[in-house]
Design a protein around this ligand. Sequence first.
Ligand code: AMP
Length: 272
Amino acid sequence: MKIIHTISEMQIFAQNSHRSGLTIAAVPTMGFLHSGHISLIERANSEADLTIVSVFVNSTQFGPNEDLDRYPRDFKRDCEICEQHNVAVLFAPENTAMYSSDHSTWVTEEDLSRPLCGNSRPGHFRGVTTVVAKLFNAILPDVAVFGQKDAQQALVIRRMVRDLNFPVRIIIAPLIREDDGLAMSSRNRFLSADERSRALVISQTLLSLTPENLDTEVIKSKISSAGGTVDYVEILDAETLRPVHLETVEILVAVAAFFGKTRLIDNVILKP
Ligand code: AMP
């Protein structure tokens, strides 16, 4: 496995690969890889000749009071995991290479990025779309794999790719859970044993829902009773992120809640 730190080396590798007739699948991550990420890597392996995983903790998608400085990192372990899963290149650019001190160009999506995390994390999706556009320009992928864990992010990126004509096919891969239901996340490592067991209320509640028993207030009160602080619980059309309507094909039930200082997100899709 190759480890590449500079954007120009990444682009040259990608261009040479394309010239040799090889296709590239990208898996953008912020590192501290877990089985959720591995499932994306395996999907990428099945979709293209070469899988390129990026590990980059993207400062511009964190708000001023968020956890950028303490975001978990373990580059050595990430390398081992990528190596074990047939990753061709681990692309780990430096922050200074990605963002010049006078960086002043942004990609903003102005519809799907407004509700849910867009409300509670102003500027978050501008950081996400900008970094994914930059990563696409470095990795030059034919296909990119994102997780349903970040349902809104996946929709926003799919819209960006359509609106800006990126020649990249977007795949949204299933949300991977721990055996007890907790949605896998790099941030789970911040949970104390007690917070972790109380946080199970999120997945237990979501996984018990049927289209007939949807009530945001009931979900909120279950999370609060378990000691969580609800950021949002929303029931929306899974494609448009607008209120559910008669033609809604899939319903997204999305939750964000704090257990201690750790903000967790989770979601399920239901058919009406
Ligand atoms: P992150 O490193 O948290 O920014 O996530 C990188 C990619 O992995 C994103 O596309 C996430 O949606 C995806 N991902 C994170 N956790 C999971 C999970 N539990 N199941 C599936 N995909 C995930």
